[in-house]
Every structure is written in structure tokens, then in C-alpha cells.
Design a protein around this ligand. Structure first.
Ligand code: CTP
Ligand code: MG
Length: 228
């Protein structure tokens, strides 16, 4: 199947703080978005990479140092919510791309081996995501009190890429929009449709850069990777 990846970089990065939008913050001399695109291009199973950036960031994007890769499409503008940005990326993809990966640029160090596994499971089963087992006990909390403690062995933390047959994802997105349903990830939209989503064991190094301490952890990971 012809495979495309939507690279989500249209968020502001409120929790990171600072003036620069998160995707354009540098870690060890290279922006988060440059690093994310490098990581995704290292997987040769993607036929198209579709960046989604904020309307305000086209000048910043033009300044990036990106390898001349014919798979890399010009960026499109995202929307107010993550789900709107996914919809904008999807609308820019020609019909020939039948398998759709969706990735947070903020997970800028995803490994090609993990991408290959989740893509292959999604191709076979229709929908799959990378996730890691929860190390801590998860509490479901309501009004400041524990409502329930789910069995830890069954708790996984969702990552991206999340990968879907395009028809299935488009149906899930349309239903979510019709129902006014906002998911916090893409798999949740497919779950809302009632279709099964496979879980592929990922790598803790593929964490999402969210708050300032994550920048330090990512910098450390990059330094260790380069030293190997
Ligand atoms: N994203 C997007 N469009 C939005 C919101 C988020 O493309 N309207 C992207 C972000 O750029 C990021 C990914 O979705 O790569 C995951 O979102 P998150 O980590 O929440 O990033 P931000 O929304 O930028 O951060 P914050 O919530 O702290 O403002
Ligand atoms: Mg956000």
C-alpha cells in the first residue's frame, strides 16, 4: 500500500513555555521539526511526508535545513485543535495514499524499526499504534479522589505514529466531526467508531516533548546516541 505520514507541528507548545513555537525550538542545534522529519525520512516505507504547521510559521519553515527528499511535500496550515490539523493534512493527500500514518513532530526521535513494525501491523489489521507499558500504577481520578485503579498490566501509554487504512480513518474522522467528538489521539476516533486498534510495543525514547524538562532529556538522549 502507498503510505503517507502526516507530521503534526501546528501546536503552539503552551506547556513548553517560551516565545518560539515548539516545533521550531532547537535541541543541540537542530529544531524539533527538523529532527522529526529526519527520523521519519530514515524509514524508507513512507512514500510521502506531509508536514502540517501553523499559518504563522511558513516563514520559519522556509528557513529550515531539510534534505532534498522528493517524498517531502510542502507544508499545509493546521487548525485550532490537533484533530483539525490532522484533517488539514489528510485533505492535502492524494487518494493514492491508502495507508495513513499520523505522527506528533514533538516525538522527534522515533526510530525507523518501531515505525516499520507499527506500519506493518496496521497494513494487516487496519489500525495500530505504538505504545509502552505504564511503569507506574494508573489512577482514574474524579473530584480529587481515586475513582478506580485499572490493573497495571493492562495499562499502556499511547505514542505515535498511529497508522490506519485511510478509508477507516476517514470514516472515523467524519463520525467524530458529526458527533462533536474530540479524541486526544487518533486511535480514539477509530475506537469511537467501534473498530479494533492493535497495540505495538514501542520505545520509551519516543516520548513527546511537552514540558521544559523533556528538552533536557531529549538533549541527553541525542548526546548518548551520537556517542555510540
Ligand atoms: N498539534 C497540531 N495542531 C494543533 C495542536 C497540536 O498539529 N492544533 C501538534 C503539535 O504540534 C504536536 C502534536 O500535535 O506535535 C502533539 O500536541 P502537543 O504535544 O499537545 O503540542 P502543543 O499543542 O503544541 O503543546 P501544548 O498542548 O503544550 O500547547
Ligand atoms: Mg496540545
Amino acid at each position: 500500500m502507498r503510505t503517507a505520514v502526516i507530521v503534526l507541528a501546528a501546536g503552539r507548545g503552551e506547556r513548553l513555555g517560551g516565545k518560539t513555537p515548539k516545533a521550531f525550538v532547537e535541541i543541540a542545534g537542530r529544531t524539533i521539526l527538523e529532527r522529526a522529519l529526519d527520523s521519519l525520512m530514515a524509514f524508507d516505507g513512507f512514500d510521502r511526508l506531509q508536514p502540517v504547521i501553523s499559518r504563522e510559521d511558513f516563514d520559519r519553515y522556509a528557513e529550515l535545513d531539510l534534505p532534498p527528499d522528493p517524498r517531502l511535500a510542502p507544508p499545509v496550515a493546521g487548525g485550532a485543535e490537533r484533530q483539525d490539523s490532522v484533517a488539514a493534512g489528510l485533505a492535502a493527500l492524494p487518494e493514492e495514499f491508502e495507508l495513513l500514518a499520523i505522527h506528533d513532530a514533538a516525538r522527534c526521535r522515533v526510530q525507523a524499526g518501531d515505525i516499520a513494525r507499527v506500519v506493518s501491523v496496521a497494513e494487516e489489521f487496519g489500525a495500530a499504534l505504538l505504545a509502552v507499558p505504564a511503569r507506574d500504577t494508573v489512577k482514574l481520578v474524579s473530584d480529587g479522589a481515586v475513582a478506580r485503579t485499572p490493573e497495571r498490566a493492562g495499562c499502556w501509554l499511547a505514542q505515535t505514529p498511529q497508522v490506519f487504512h485511510r478509508g477507516l480513518y476517514a470514516e472515523a474522522l467524519a463520525k467524530a466531526e458529526a458527533d462533536g467528538f474530540q479524541g486526544t489521539d487518533d486511535a480514539e476516533l477509530v475506537e469511537h467508531l467501534g473498530a479494533p486498534v492493535r497495540v505495538v510495543s514501542g520505545n520509551p525514547g519516543n516520548f513527546k516533548i511537552t514540558s521544559p524538562e523533556d528538552l533536557i532529556a531529549a538533549e541527553r538522549g541525542i548526546a548518548q546516541g551520537e556517542a555510540q
